[in-house]
Write a protein that binds this ligand. Structure first.
Ligand SMILES: Nc1ncnc2c1ncn2[C@@H]1O[C@H](COP(=O)(O)OP(=O)(O)O)[C@@H](O)[C@H]1O
Ligand code: SF4
Ligand SMILES: [Mg+2]
Length: 373
């Protein structure tokens, strides 16, 4: 655990009691060399809590979430450093048989494209029943009844009949609901949802998010929502970790993140939300692209795209994480040294139910180097 993460954990006794990722580093082998694609990622999720992992495409979100379930591609990837504690078990070193029990039993996962997980030659009901029987001692009849029950729970009407259908006869939204039904069929303690609504149209998207929220409450299930779209986390998550180019750059509770972002990248993401653009105005985008993992800039990874970058500083020194008095964690040299006031970063009034009573974070900062573990 880095000193800054120790500091964060010490300030909140409930954080991370379910899932606690520390200093995760993941590398891929290509063109004769290992390249690090995730650097020192740390996440905390408490029982029944919800955390969003947000960042543009290519920032390492999926690689981080696949690491949790030991689902990284074998042969050309490795976790070079870090720990992933799930309750009292270390998942990175868990033997394969125990990992199989965790996967699908205690941790469920849903992906952007359900057809990658649904088998076209079996009925939806059979596939869910099969998952149930893999993790629970149940007869075929009981497992089928459970399949129908969870299909009903996720809002598939006439569930007993639709359970006999094949995936191709379901619409995109219904397939995603079926995936969710499969993922929750064994009442997991944690659901990892990686871009669960990205392939769906906006109305269907809203319905799926509402369903996930409902299930999270009803089943007291923690949810790790992985998304490139900050817009979908507003009404969903308690906490947000923003990743950029393979490393976390801000961590905050959701209301504070929207109103008072503490990193220029978060602020840029908020400004580029389509929902925040008035009708007829041009959509703001962040100029440039996320750098490739083998072409990272030497200083701050966001520097080439940052409106606040200072030459001679941001382009040469890689920032450490720093904890603000507001308990936001940020990876910005200028916020850490006080030369950039987070109050000058653009936030937004959303989420609509957020209170704006919290004090602004003007006085930095406890830097990582200055903390004791
Ligand atoms: N199988 C793979 N082989 C090589 N590189 C990969 C592989 N999967 C992901 N990467 C690289 O890891 C980085 C992070 O990818 P990913 O976690 O999928 O990002 P995100 O989910 O945030 O869009 C990207 O630069 C991507 O090219
Ligand atoms: S360290 Fe510099 S370049 Fe990086 S986010 Fe902060 S101001 Fe921008
Ligand atoms: Mg992804």
């Amino acid at each position: 655990m880095t000193t800054v993460e120790a500091d964060i954990s010490n300030r909140s006794s409930t954080q991370g009691d379910l899932l606690s990722i520390r200093d995760l580093n993941v590398e891929f082998y290509s063109r004769g060399a290992w390249t690090r694609v995730v650097t020192d990622a740390s996440l905390d999720l408490r029982t029944g809590g919800s955390l969003a992992l947000v960042g543009e495409s290519g920032s390492g979100k999926t690689v981080t979430s696949l690491s949790i379930l030991q689902l990284l591609p074998q042969g050309n990837s490795r976790v070079s450093r870090g720990t992933i504690a799930f309750e009292d078990r270390e998942l990175l070193t868990l033997p394969a048989r125990q990992m199989q029990r965790v996967r699908g039993g205690e941790i469920g996962m849903i992906f952007q494209e359900p057809m990658t997980s649904l088998n076209p030659v079996f009925t939806i009901g059979d596939q869910i029943a099969e998952t149930v029987r893999r993790h629970r001692k149940m007869s075929r009849k009981e497992a089928w009844a459970r399949a129908v029950e969870v299909l009903d729970l996720v809002g598939i009407s006439a569930a007993a009949r639709r359970a006999r259908d094949y995936p191709h006869s379901f619409s995109g939204g219904m397939r995603q609901r079926a995936m969710i039904a499969m993922a929750i069929s064994c009442e997991p303690k944690l659901l990892i949802a990686d871009e669960p609504t990205t392939a769906l149209d906006v109305t269907v998207q809203a319905g799926i998010l509402k369903l996930l929220r409902q299930l999270q409450t009803d089943l007291d299930m923690a949810v790790l929502l992985v998304t490139h779209d900050l817009g979908v986390v507003a009404d969903f998550c308690d906490d947000v970790t923003v990743m950029y180019a393979g490393e976390p750059v801000e961590r905050s509770d959701v209301n504070r993140l929207f109103q008072h972002p503490a990193h220029p990248y978060t602020s840029a993401l908020l400004r580029s939300l389509p929902q925040r653009t008035a009708l007829g105005d041009e959509l703001v985008t962040i100029p440039g692209m996320v750098p490739q993992p083998d072409q990272l800039p030497p200083g701050c990874r966001f520097a080439p795209r940052c409106d606040f970058a200072l030459a001679g500083m941001c382009d040469t020194t890689h920032p450490e994480l720093a904890v603000l008095p507001t308990r936001q964690v940020t990876r910005c040299l200028r916020i850490a040294d006080g030369s950039l006031d987070p109050a000058s970063l653009t936030g937004t009034a959303s989420p609509s139910d957020a209170e704006s009573t919290a004090p602004r974070n003007t006085a930095p900062v406890t830097t990582q180097k200055g903390l004791e573990a």
